[in-house]
Design a protein around this ligand. Structure first.
Ligand SMILES: [Zn+2]
Length: 454
């Protein structure tokens, strides 16, 4: 079947991200300058169109509605006695030192986290996104799962559709009774430009209605998805691990302090009060429990140090230096596009390095980068894009979905560092259909009975 021209469909990819596909000099300053020249025009015209990563291939395949949601609704009653429910959680900037631990290591001292990223679709999510998430969860049986930003796309036209878009991709966790949370990416509020009321506060209030959601209420700190989730030890009532979720923001304006921003990245950044919250909460844990609590941190937009690690330093941009860096930092995985950082480097990496409790920072946002490594004591890495809706590798070809993936983290309470290892799981390994043609749901999945739009 003839596919539509990729150029007309993949605005984000062709306009912003296509300039920098290889790891050679294309990823260097030159391409960043190119990107800078292209970016502001798009921002001026329409921020959402410029950054929209979704692109329906114009095919409306008739597919069965998500049977999963039906099954889920019929079994929802069994959750009535669950200890989970809105209002719990232990982070959100209240600095309570983790009095309330929503998660716990298993009887064997193990704990597993699954990271999904960039599910990024409208209310008719590509059915394979949901199928893939379900297969990962069934195979890995994690104790906690997250969608690390760009949960939905700019596609929804009504507030209900935005909530349905979210519902489609959180049901795989909720229906399996797996505790979960989301962070917000740059795209999650994009549908507001089409008149939806789905800002991040509305989305946060919506996800908090789910029984297994662990997001906490909004607070005065910048961003809507900052939370620290403590994982209680199996043998010990104290926390053995901390999961940090931060909101890396959306976009900066076209001007700051009266100056055009067109030559710098258009994305927002982690603000200083968020870093202060991390430092204060981390110190609070140490005071309360008499030791630093090892942890992992997740947010959507990668750090400047993700790029620096790949090239072995901020002044490098070539393959030779990358080869040296690969050995030095133990880099694994691929980089198929630039590291699309925020407007400024706010110092979250250095804050984490100084505190010494967070063992790794994992991001997404760049769907076709998969790499990770150890950058001077802190792991930095990616989860590639999970969703089949937005751009992928060589869009419109059979390569397009080959990097759709999830990242798994294995923890062991008996290990000194607790965090043992991470690995990727790719959709191509789990028998998903790699056809580049979009396969949208016929209709959105039903909400669980206890979740409402209002
Ligand atoms: Zn993003």
């Amino acid at each position: 079947m003839r596919l539509p021209a990729a150029d007309s469909l993949w605005k984000f990819n062709s306009r912003r991200k296509r300039n920098s596909i290889t790891l050679s000099s294309n990823s260097s300053k030159k391409s960043q300058q190119l990107e800078g020249q292209n970016a502001p025009k798009q921002f001026n015209v329409n921020r959402r169109n410029f950054l929209a990563g979704t692109g329906a291939l114009g095919v409306t395949a008739a597919l069965a509605p998500a049977a999963q949601a039906q099954a889920w609704n019929s079994s929802a009653g069994s959750l009535a006695g669950s200890s989970f429910g809105p209002g719990r959680g232990n982070g959100g900037g209240d600095n309570n030192g983790g009095a309330d631990m929503p998660l716990k290591f298993n009887g064997d001292g193990k704990f597993k986290i699954v990271q999904f990223n960039d599910t990024q679709d409208d209310h008719l999510t590509d059915r394979r996104t949901i199928e893939f998430m379900g297969k990962v969860l069934d195979q890995e049986k994690p104790d906690f799962a997250l969608i690390n930003g760009d949960v939905i796309s700019s596609g929804p036209k009504t507030t209900e559709q935005a909530f349905q878009a979210v519902n489609n991709v959180v049901l795989p966790m909720e229906s399996r009774k797996i505790p979960w949370a989301i962070t917000f990416g740059n795209h999650d509020e994009d549908s507001m430009e089409d008149g939806t009321q789905a800002d991040e506060i509305a989305l946060l209030n919506f996800v908090r209605k789910y029984k297994y959601n662990l997001n906490v209420a909004d607070d005065p700190i910048h961003g809507e998805s900052n939370v620290s989730l403590l994982v209680q030890g199996n043998a010990n009532p104290n926390p053995a691990f901390a999961i940090w979720l931060l909101d890396s923001g959306n976009y900066i304006g076209e001007e700051l302090a009266g100056q055009e921003t067109k030559e710098i990245p258009g994305y927002d950044y982690i603000h200083s009060d968020q870093i202060q919250w991390y430092r204060d909460t981390s110190r609070g844990y140490e005071e309360r429990y008499g030791k630093k609590i090892p942890g992992l941190m997740y947010f959507h937009i990668p750090t400047y140090e993700h790029r620096d690690m790949w090239f072995g330093g901020p002044y490098n941009n070539d393959l030779i230096k990358h080869g040296e860096a690969k050995k030095r930092h133990g880099i694994e995985g691929v980089k198929n596009e630039d590291v699309y950082v925020g407007a400024f480097n706010p110092g979250i990496y250095s804050a984490v390095r100084e505190r010494g409790d967070v063992l790794g920072i994992y991001c997404g946002h760049d769907h076709i980068n998969t790499f990770n490594g150890n950058y001077f004591g802190v792991e930095l890495g990616y989860c590639p894009g999970t969703g089949f809706g937005p751009y992928g590798l060589k869009d419109g070809t059979w390569s397009m979905h080959t990097l759709r993936g999830a990242r798994v983290f294995e923890l062991d309470e008996a290990d000194e560092r607790v965090y043992k290892s991470t690995r990727l799981v790719f959709a191509k390994e789990l028998g998903l259909d790699m056809n580049p043609k979009k396969q949208p749901l016929e209709k959105p999945a039903d909400l669980p009975e206890y979740v409402s739009f209002k």
